[in-house]
Design a protein around this ligand. Structure first.
Ligand code: 13P
Length: 344
């Protein structure tokens, strides 16, 4: 297959109506935090057991078409000795890989951060491809507060996102470009909309400068919402209105799909907002999810590190995946949320 064919077939697999992406790429400190909340120690074996449980959830491929993994998971195996990327692939779920190396303070930009990981990325990607990864993810974050994010942060992060995306495409790996405007703070939804508009304009300018093929990438943004400490919070219809208004102004129609992150929304909130977004018309892109916490939180709570609870955890994950699959089609509601007839 040529590089072009590889990019096209991966995009086709990742953009399917009624399906979305599972983000299971928590870095070591982040997964330790998630495990601490359920009193599970973050050992390599516990991480392997948990991620193996997730990827082997029966029929998960009905609603999930891609999974973002952390580097360690690419090299792990299930109880039968099958590499975890193959466990996903067997379910029709494309394995992907988080390739950024996390964020650090941006020099001369107090309060802003930049994401590292470009050095040696080409060589790392070669290894990830050999282990089965077909797409990648890179996250940049933007804090809202006072003068943040400043111009320097908006421009510098757009440049690293675009460099990363160009490097991935050169190797036939579909890049997920993730600019996350953080939900922390008490800012209004209007302020979030202004920041998001600036951030996305800059990201797409940079992608253009770096000659990234928009047809062969996915955007993974946050939704436009008020800060989590702002009262009142917005209704799903308001979130949908603001989000689509900003995206229509900034995201070219050539981008095949936008897969939202959940960014601290509760699982049901993230589903309700996605559903409201998909109830609006006039959108050239497939609008779906790439949730981490909003898909996994109920599964982690059900599991508690107990092998006897594996099925309950899989059930919880499958339920959230199914609810979000409905939200992608604008068909989610209370009846579906409470319907237990589909249980595994
Ligand atoms: P959340 O949905 O928990 O925000 O995670 C998505 C993600 O991949 C963050 O990089």
């Amino acid at each position: 297959m040529t590089i072009q064919d590889q990019l096209e077939s991966t995009i086709k697999a990742l953009v399917q109506d009624g399906k979305g992406i599972l983000a299971a790429d928590e870095s070591s400190p982040t997964i330790a935090k998630r495990f601490a909340a359920i009193n599970v120690e973050s050992t390599e074996e516990n991480r392997r057991a948990y991620r193996s449980l997730i990827l082997s959830t029966p029929d998960l491929g009905q609603y999930i078409n891609g999974v973002i993994l952390f580097e360690e998971t690419l090299g792990q195996r299930d109880e039968q000795g099958t590499p975890l990327p193959d466990v996903a692939e067997r379910q029709g779920i494309v394995p992907g890989i988080k390739v950024d190396k996390g964020k650090v303070a941006l020099a001369n930009a107090p309060g802003d951060e930049i994401t590292r990981g470009l050095d040696g990325l080409e060589a790392r990607l070669e290894g990830y491809i050999e282990q089965g990864a077909r797409f990648a993810k890179w996250r940049c974050v933007y804090h809202i507060g006072g003068h943040n994010p400043g111009r320097l942060a908006v421009e510098a992060n757009a440049n690293v996102l675009a460099s990363y995306a160009a490097i991935c495409q050169a190797q036939g790996v579909v890049p997920i470009v993730e600019p996350e405007v953080l939900i922390d703070g008490d800012h209004t939804i209007e302020r979030c909309a202004d920041v998001m508009e600036d951030v996305l304009h800059e990201v797409f300018h940079a992608l253009h400068r770096h000659r990234v093929s928009l047809e062969h990438m996915l955007l993974k943004p946050s939704m436009v919402t008020p800060g989590k400490d702002h009262r009142p919070q917005a209704t799903p219809e308001q979130v949908a209105d603001y989000t689509l208004r900003i995206f229509r102004r900034t995201v070219p129609a050539a981008v095949p799909g936008i897969n939202f992150l959940s960014g601290g929304q509760t699982p049901e909130e993230a589903t309700r907002n996605l559903n409201a977004i998909n109830c609006l018309s006039d959108r050239p892109w497939n609008l779906s999810f790439s949730y981490g916490r909003a898909l996994q939180e109920p599964a982690l709570k059900a599991w508690q590190g107990n092998p006897g609870q594996v099925q309950a955890a899989q059930q919880a994950l499958f339920h959230r995946a199914r609810m979000n699959g409905l939200a992608v089609q604008g068909e989610y509601g209370d009846t579906a949320e409470k319907d237990a007839s589909w249980e595994l």
